[in-house]
Design a binder for this molecule. Structure first.
Ligand SMILES: NC(=O)c1ccc[n+]([C@@H]2O[C@H](COP(=O)([O-])OP(=O)(O)OC[C@H]3O[C@@H](n4cnc5c(N)ncnc54)[C@H](OP(=O)(O)O)[C@@H]3O)[C@@H](O)[C@H]2O)c1
Length: 254
């Protein structure tokens, strides 16, 4: 029977690439996000390539919406074996001194409480499958800090805490917990969301970096971790572009 993978934040960037890749690996993908028009295009693309996917409208900040995602997972045509908690992002690059409480609140709600809600809602199905996997897409900001990144780093550190705690709590049960921490990934929307639609500021993040990671690189990491034999738990995978040795050490041409 086909295994089902749930991917949150599947309407763009890393989530969309992950949905495409997991469908190519043979999963029936439940692609979840708020923008259903995007999800419909993605599902059509996946089906056109011979894969299987279902679009599910889901706001990870809403209990009711996440309950509907769990109900959709229960109707899916196979056991739910994989959850990719990918929905998230950053807002603002302000110092702690002047950072917007609203931005911090948004980052905590989506990245942290979104991961908590969706994980709680799908854990029974993942465990019932007998071979479940939970992936948390955190960030290199989940283990280091940088100026202006306080709110995002706090949220990503919290996601890292969820992944580590859950791995301890689930020890002995058939669900593994994997954290993936990407560094600089050039996606279409991450920077636009962070800088409130300012395309120049968003582009400046990648200025002079010949080859930042792309969404497909992270999708490749998710797929690799998720397709190891079930007794193999990749606790944490850190992936950066070659040009980024650390948050503060990026090689830029010119
Ligand atoms: N790009 C990077 O450099 C980078 C590096 C490390 C980690 N990450 C992490 O990787 C993940 C994906 O980032 P990305 O670069 O692919 O960004 P992106 O293109 O902006 O994608 C973010 C996704 O999250 C979804 N989302 C936002 N709020 C949501 C909500 N309330 N409910 C459900 N879905 C929601 C968005 O869909 P809708 O708006 O349609 O709901 C979108 O599909 C994030 O967790 C991010 O923090 C990114």
């Amino acid at each position: 029977m086909t295994s089902v993978a749930v991917v949150t934040g599947a309407s763009s960037g890393i989530g969309a690439a992950t949905a495409r890749r997991l469908a190519a690996e043979g999963f029936h993908v439940l692609a979840a996000a708020r923008r259903t028009d995007r999800l419909a295009d993605l599902v059509a693309e996946i089906e056109g390539a011979g894969g299987a996917a279902t679009a599910v409208a889901c706001d990870v900040t809403s209990d009711e919406s996440v309950a509907e995602l769990a109900a959709a997972a229960a109707r899916a045509p196979g056991p739910v074996t994989l959850l990719v908690n990918n929905a998230g992002g950053a807002r603002g690059l302000d110092p702690v001194e002047t950072g917007s409480v609203g931005d911090w609140q948004w980052m905590y709600d989506v990245n942290v409480l979104g991961t908590l809600r969706v994980t709680q809602a799908l854990l029974p199905a993942l465990e019932a499958s007998g071979a479940g996997t939970i992936v948390v897409v955190s960030s290199t900001a989940g283990f280091t800090v940088y100026e202006g990144g306080g709110g995002y780093s706090a949220a990503k550190h919290a996601q890292t805490a969820i992944a580590g705690t859950l791995r301890l709590e689930l020890c002995g049960r058939p669900v593994r917990v994997i954290e993936i921490d990407p560094g600089m990934v050039r996606t279409d929307e991450f920077g636009l969301v962070r800088f409130d639609g300012d395309a120049d500021r968003a582009a400046a993040v990648y200025a002079g970096v010949a080859e930042p990671l792309v969404a497909e690189d992270v999708a490749d990491c998710v797929a690799w971790c998720a397709t190891r034999p079930q007794h193999v738990n990749i606790d944490r995978l850190v992936v950066r572009p070659l040009a980024q040795a650390a948050q503060h050490k990026v090689h830029r041409a010119g």
